[in-house]
Design a protein around this ligand. Structure first.
Ligand code: LLP
Length: 438
């Protein structure tokens, strides 16, 4: 997919770059991102919305992969950006991302984060609960700065990847419940606050979703609520944000729709439903993360040791693992892999890919077919662009890998590999501890 192909030497090539050369130049583990594919996904979303004729914003959910170069791409593609912490906000501002296109999410924004975001002049806060509303209102009045907000509501639709539960989502740490009246009360409170400008509501139904039905169900719920708020409180929403969660293909058998189909289905159900209620069509915002960057990423590893346990399995260990990709350990997520240096050879053995952390759960892939693997081979794990670098850790004091963007035969480092200095840089030895004896 994307610009990935096997070249004449039988090497995996991405963005016109031979991955074995990338490995020589940058070392492993290495995150390789296909810039053209990232841009293509951005354009698919934006293009589908343009076609729909609706007013829209596509806000990239930066939690999936938030580095300064990525913020630049999102800006160039004319999109907005969703951040959930001061660190993501800082990254965006450092990258020169226009503050007015930043949306601030999160269920527990600190006063510091709120102040920082107001001072930066961000476009919108997605307010999660009443405590936050009043905290935000107090800080905004103190600063004499009006802030624009959406309320995050729990629409009572929850996607469990392949199915939807349409009741009983009240028990969530996120958002204000629609059915028990909390969302309604919050709106009543917000419209009275002088430094709060309410735009509308936000709903996010889950992640790695393949079907359009969940989004349609959410639209249904939201419009019903919007109509009630208009009729009873005389307040009309100008923005509806439907969150992210559009699925991608990690392994064979995953069946996401083309990005444009989700947008089309959402646009159709918005147009149909709102006109049914004679409601002025609001601006539609969405927040894709995974589906923008997920399939653009490939992680390259060097194979180290391996061992065969007869009649059980062969373990092949690579020089990374749960520190650069915690998803298999955390979510039992599955990935596909190939040997990047032997891409045209036939797969002949079933192996399992282990990481190098001191933990039995540090397995990247259980059961994958590969050519007979040797020490020094380069293993490429695909679809690692989302929630991999973003969730990487220094467990076992392993240094985080470098991230590079490849495009048209050029490679650029967008995150340097961590150094040993990064590992001990924040450590301090209290003076009362005995000095080193060396
Ligand atoms: N908007 C909101 C409010 C969200 O909570 C999320 C994801 C997104 C947008 C973006 O969702 P996406 O399009 O990326 O599915 N670490 C997990 C995923 C956690 C998603 C949390 N919220 C994983 O690795 O699968």
């Amino acid at each position: 997919h994307g610009t990935s192909m096997i070249n004449d030497q039988g090497h995996l090539q991405i963005g016109g770059c031979d991955t074995t050369e990338l490995v020589q130049r940058y070392g492993t583990p290495l995150y390789v991102m296909d810039e053209q594919l990232i841009r293509q996904r951005c354009r698919e979303y934006v293009g589908a919305f343009r076609e729909s004729g609706l007013k829209f914003q596509v806000a990239y959910a930066s939690k999936a992969f938030c580095v300064m170069a990525m913020c630049r791409i999102v800006e160039e593609e004319g999109m907005s950006l969703d951040v959930v912490s001061d660190g993501e906000l800082y990254t965006a501002l450092q990258a020169g991302f226009p503050p007015s296109r930043i949306h601030f999410h999160g269920n527990n924004k600190t006063p510091y984060e709120i102040g920082m975001a107001i001072d930066a002049g961000i476009g919108c806060f997605v307010v999660d609960n009443l405590v936050e509303l009043h905290m935000l209102s107090a800080i905004a009045s103190e600063k004499r700065q009006k802030v624009r907000i959406l309320f995050r509501i729990t629409p009572g639709v929850e996607a469990h990847t392949h199915e939807y539960i349409s009741t009983g989502q009240t028990d969530s740490k996120f958002g204000l419940d629609l059915d028990n009246g909390s969302a309604y009360l919050a709106i009543q409170a917000a419209v009275k606050l002088p430094f709060i400008e309410l735009l509308g509501v936000h709903s996010h139904i889950g992640s790695q979703i393949f079907e359009v039905e969940g989004f349609q169900m959410a639209v249904d719920k939201v419009i019903g609520f919007a109509a009630k708020v208009r009729d009873e409180l005389n307040f009309v929403f100008s923005v509806i944000n439907l969150g992210g969660g559009f699925g991608i293909r990690y392994i064979e058998g995953d069946t996401p729709l083309p990005v444009g189909n989700y947008v089309k289905a959402i646009a159709e159900s918005i147009t149909a439903n709102f006109s049914r209620y004679d409601y002025p069509t609001p601006e539609i915002w969405i927040e894709p993360g995974r589906s923008i960057v997920g399939d653009s990423g490939t992680t390259l590893y060097t194979v180290g040791t391996y061992k065969n346990i007869p009649n059980v399995r062969k373990y092949v260990a690579v020089d990374g693992g749960m520190t650069d990709n915690p998803r298999p350990a955390l979510y039992q997520s599955r990935y596909e892999a190939m040997l990047a240096n032997r891409g045209s050879e036939t797969n002949e053995e079933l192996v399992s890919i282990a990481g190098k952390c001191c933990e039995s759960g540090d397995m990247l892939i259980w059961d994958v077919m590969l050519p007979e693997v040797h020490t020094g081979d380069v293993l490429a794990v695909s679809c690692t662009g989302a929630y991999n670098y973003a969730m990487a850790s220094n467990y076992n004091r392993i240094r985080r890998p470098a991230v590079i963007f490849v495009k048209d035969g050029e490679a650029d480092v967008v995150v340097e590999r961590e150094s040993f200095k990064d590992i001990t840089g924040n450590d301090r030895i209290p003076v009362r501890l005995k000095p080193t004896t060396q």
